[in-house]
Design a protein around this ligand. Sequence first.
Ligand SMILES: [Fe+2]
Length: 357
Amino acid sequence: MQLIKTTLAMALAMAVCGPASAAKAAKSKYDGVEIKVLTDRTSDGLLQPLFEAFERETGIEIEAVFLDEGLVARLESRPTEADVVITKDAELIELAKRKGLLAKLESAPIEKAVPAPFRDKDGEYFVDAYRARGIIVSKDRVKPGAIQNYEDLTKPEWKGKVCTRSGKHDYNIAVFDQMLKAWGDEKGRQVISGIGKNLARAPEGDDREQAKAIMEGVCDVALLNSYYYPKMFEHKSQARWGQATRYIFPNQSSDGAFIMRSAVALTKATENRGAARVFAEYIASEKVQKMIVERTKQYSVLPSVAPHPSMVQMGADQGIKNGRFKINFVSLEGMADKRQEAIKFVEEIKYDNGPSH
Ligand SMILES: [Fe+2]
């Protein structure tokens, strides 16, 4: 009797749970797998909704670690704690590659979708989005056309009128090492120290706070990543900073503007290569690329995905068509080669001491 009861209970349990779980079809080959993502991008706006959409569609769960800085050091010290790395500064992923921390992506969809200049030549990472590192000027105090190029920031007329965030910040190091690589050491150094000599104050704050300084009359010119310009108008407190300034895509009649790139890679230590690759491919998909443009106002690497309307509008003032500004394309290898030199030079000229140096 006892046996019959148990069997009956089991049958009942199966009737309740069995068909229900059998009906829940796997959403993908890797449904139920968990992957770890290490990133130095912010969690708000893009990544959280992207992770959620990916989990809903594939059943692959994402556990994310968000860092402000120290991405490569973290990956080096705890290599098994990440399957995928996403960075706001692709130069760092090139450094991680050089330390042997990455694996080959081996993805036909990514190779097909992402143009070659935005893929690592050895197939270890790809750039998923980029933005210009451009210039903002005071609407009131800088005449249209007076500043068009990075080189203009070094002119004597702008002495004491330039603001930037710290010269050691990754965004400035990335633009300085591109100057050294693209223009050669002599001109590159001249422009970097020329900007340093024209600083209005010792560098402080982030990119957007330089726009605030322009509004306050502290300076007339600053460096600003392109997406920050429309973003300022989204915040009540910052809209005035944006309104006080005009955005300029630099060097459009010469060699083009330097860009900042975001990038994605699989780690060498990953034991979830299949699921990690599915996630990387998801980021390169048209759907997610559109989401990146919409939410971050960066430029997609897919030629089929148009720039954000705010970028089109910003460029139109300068005669740039469809928002496609001219890029001075420096390879990430070239940037990484010059990185230490740029860091050393910024220290040497005491850039962060401001006008007193
Ligand atoms: Fe940023």
